[in-house]
Design a protein around this ligand. Structure first.
Ligand code: TMP
Length: 214
C-alpha cells in the first residue's frame, strides 16, 4: 500500500502559501495520489468552532494555546491519522510550528509548556504508540514582515492575529527561523518574496527531488 505523507505549510500571514497548497494538491492528484487538504486551527467541525473563537474572541495566551491544541487533537484523530492510514498525501495549512511561532515567539508564551502540550496531543494517536506525530516535511514560506504587511493591507477585515503590529510579526518570523534551525531535515525554506511562478518552481522541485512528484 502507498505510504501516507504529512506535509505542513507555514509562514507569517500574507506569505502566500494557500494558492500553492491548492496547486500542489492538483499536481499530486494528477499523478494518481489521493490528497487530503486541511488547515489549522480547523479541519473538523469542532476544530473549526475552536478556530472561530481563537481568531475572534479575546483571551490570554494560555487559553489560546489550549484551544489550538484541543483543535489539533480533534483534527489529528478525525482527519489526519485516518488519511495517513489510507495512504493519502495530507497537505495541512499550518501545524504546530505555528503555535511555537505565534503563541511562543509572537505572544511570548512559555515554549516549555507548548512542548508539553505538543507531546500530549501528538502522541498516542499514530499506530506506533510511542510516536509523536509530526509532519514529514514542513514548507516554510519566508517573507519579511514589512512585505507581508503591504500584501495584506486592505485585503480583508483583519482577525486577532492579522491585526497585530509589525513587531509581533517580526517575532513570529524569528520564531519560524528558530524552529527551522532546530529541525533542518524536516524544514524547507522558500523565499516567498520571489514571484509566484518562481516560488512554485522551487516548491515543485523540492517535491521532485524527494521523488514524491514527477
Ligand atoms: P490562517 O489565516 O493562515 O488560516 O491562520 C489563522 C491564524 O491563526 C493565523 O494568523 C495564524 C494563527 N495561528 C496561531 O496563532 N497558532 C497556531 O497554532 C495556528 C495553527 C495558527
Amino acid at each position: 500500500m502507498t505510504q501516507g505523507l504529512f506535509i505542513s505549510f507555514e509562514g507569517i500571514d500574507g506569505a502566500g502559501k494557500s494558492s500553492h497548497i491548492e496547486a500542489l494538491a492538483a499536481a499530486f492528484r494528477a499523478q494518481g495520489r489521493a490528497v487530503t487538504v486541511s488547515r489549522e486551527p480547523g479541519g473538523t467541525p469542532l476544530a473549526e468552532k475552536l478556530r472561530d473563537m481563537v481568531l475572534h474572541e479575546p483571551m490570554d495566551a494560555l487559553t489560546e494555546s489550549l484551544l489550538i491544541f484541543a483543535a489539533r487533537r480533534d483534527h489529528l484523530r478525525c482527519v489526519i491519522e485516518p488519511a495517513l492510514a489510507r495512504g493519502d498525501v495530507v497537505l495541512c495549512d499550518r501545524f504546530t510550528d505555528a503555535t511555537f511561532a505565534y503563541q511562543g515567539a509572537g505572544r511570548g508564551f512559555d515554549a516549555k509548556v507548548l512542548s508539553i502540550l505538543e507531546l500530549m496531543v501528538q502522541t498516542g494517536i499514530a499506530p506506533e504508540a510511542d510516536l509523536m506525530r509530526e509532519p514529514d516535511l514542513t514548507v516554510w514560506f519566508d517573507l519579511a514582515p514589512e512585505v507581508a504587511a503591504e500584501r495584506l493591507a486592505g485585503a480583508r477585515v483583519p482577525d486577532r492575529f492579522e491585526a497585530q503590529p509589525l513587531e509581533f510579526f517580526r517575532r513570529v518570523a524569528q520564531g519560524y527561523a528558530d524552529r527551522a534551525a532546530a529541525a533542518p531535515r524536516r524544514f524547507v525554506r522558500l523565499d516567498a518574496a520571489q514571484s509566484r511562478d518562481r516560488v512554485w518552481q522551487q516548491l515543485f522541485s523540492v517535491f521532485t527531488a524527494k521523488g514524491w512528484l514527477k
